[in-house]
Design a protein around this ligand. Structure first.
Ligand code: GTP
Ligand code: MG
Length: 316
């Protein structure tokens, strides 16, 4: 009699050999957790095993998965240790509870010239500061989908902060994406770069422009949202796994359904709305002033801050 072996991978499940394991993984059942909550009938149909065998595999997977419990106090400790990138605008930092948070997605949406890209540039410099100076002490991956990345601006902002612009620019890895495939791949393949260069901030400027221009018409919307969902999911995964911050900029449209008040709405629908941990709405005020509204945050009250766009970067 074969001894019971401990189940660590899908291949270890009873009745599941390498071939069936491959089929399961290809069908999306790539973890014991997923197999553990699967229906035996579905698995049986998917990979051509008997329902009885599938049931045994599901039961074994359920047994093998372990759920870890954490106390509220432990999570509180963990949250206090999450890094934040300062924006150079005290009011905005306070609105954000300290700055743009690591392990989370922060989205800035607003009309043209509202300051989304400029804030991204400031974060690109500040992320490189040591933790005690309001940074995350790492480098930056900048996905530029609109062709608006300007090293000259990074240079100005770095100089104004008393930093060596050459060094700062050497730690910004820029991908100029002109198709959604390139945008998606840049993130899919980012793990290696992140590890090798200690990336602590990913900027996607902007998230939706290519998706909007490539997927036109109602018929394409479903496919677009599916691709977008996977893309954002991967961004969140990178943020969690590598303890880094994600800053997305987003375009807006006028929502005709809003009869009173400001009809400006971020594009991308529910998928983007749910994925962004924190949403900021930027709008122009007088001259170089911009009003930043915190629209959605899991732990901070809604509110507004005023920031300035100057040649030296973001200021009070
Ligand atoms: P779109 O990408 O067009 O949707 O806009 P955006 O929200 O990304 O705008 P962006 O962040 O590029 O902000 C543009 C604003 O920043 C403009 O009003 C510029 O005048 C201002 N700006 C850009 N560079 C400088 C600069 O060197 N000095 C100053 N004072 N302002 C600047
Ligand atoms: Mg821009």
């Amino acid at each position: 009699m074969a001894k019971e072996k401990s189940i660590k991978e899908i291949e270890d499940l009873p009745g599941v050999g390498p071939t069936i394991a491959e089929k399961l993984k290809a069908a999306g059942y790539d973890t014991l957790d997923k197999v553990g909550v699967a229906s035996p009938h579905e698995l049986s149909e998917l990979v051509g095993m008997s329902v009885e065998t599938a049931k045994k595999a599901v039961d074994a997977a359920k047994q093998a998965t372990t759920l870890e419990f954490s106390t509220g106090a432990a999570i509180y400790e963990e949250r206090m240790a999450i890094g934040k990138i300062g924006t150079n605008c005290k009011e905005l930092d306070e609105l954000l509870g300290g700055g743009v948070e690591a392990k989370a997605i922060t989205e800035a949406y607003g009309k043209f010239a509202s300051g989304k890209t400029q804030l991204g540039f400031q974060l690109t410099v500040n992320a490189q500061l040591p933790v005690e100076k309001g940074g995350l002490g790492g480098s930056v991956l900048f996905i530029d989908t609109e062709g608006t990345f300007r090293p000259e601006r990074i240079e100005q902002i770095a100089k104004a902060a008393g930093l060596d612009p050459k060094e700062i620019l050497a730690n910004v890895f820029v991908v100029r994406a002109t198709t959604t495939e390139q945008q998606i791949l840049a993130i899919e393949k980012a793990d290696k770069l992140i590890k090798e260069h200690n990336i602590k901030l990913i900027v996607v400027d902007s998230l939706m422009s290519l998706f909007r221009s490539e997927y036109l018409g109602r018929g394409a919307l479903g496919e677009r949202q599916q691709k977008l969902n996977a893309h954002i999911h991967k961004l969140q995964q990178l943020a969690d796994n590598h303890n880094l911050a994600v800053y997305l900029t987003n375009q807006v449209m006028d929502n005709p359904g809003i009869l009173f008040g400001d009809p400006t709405t971020p594009v991308g629908g529910n998928i983007v709305a749910h994925a962004a941990t924190t949403r900021l709405y930027l709008r122009k005020s007088k001259e170089d002033k911009r009003i930043v509204r915190l629209v959605d945050s899991p732990n901070m009250p809604e509110g507004e801050a005023v920031m300035k766009i100057t040649t030296n970067g973001i200021r009070e």
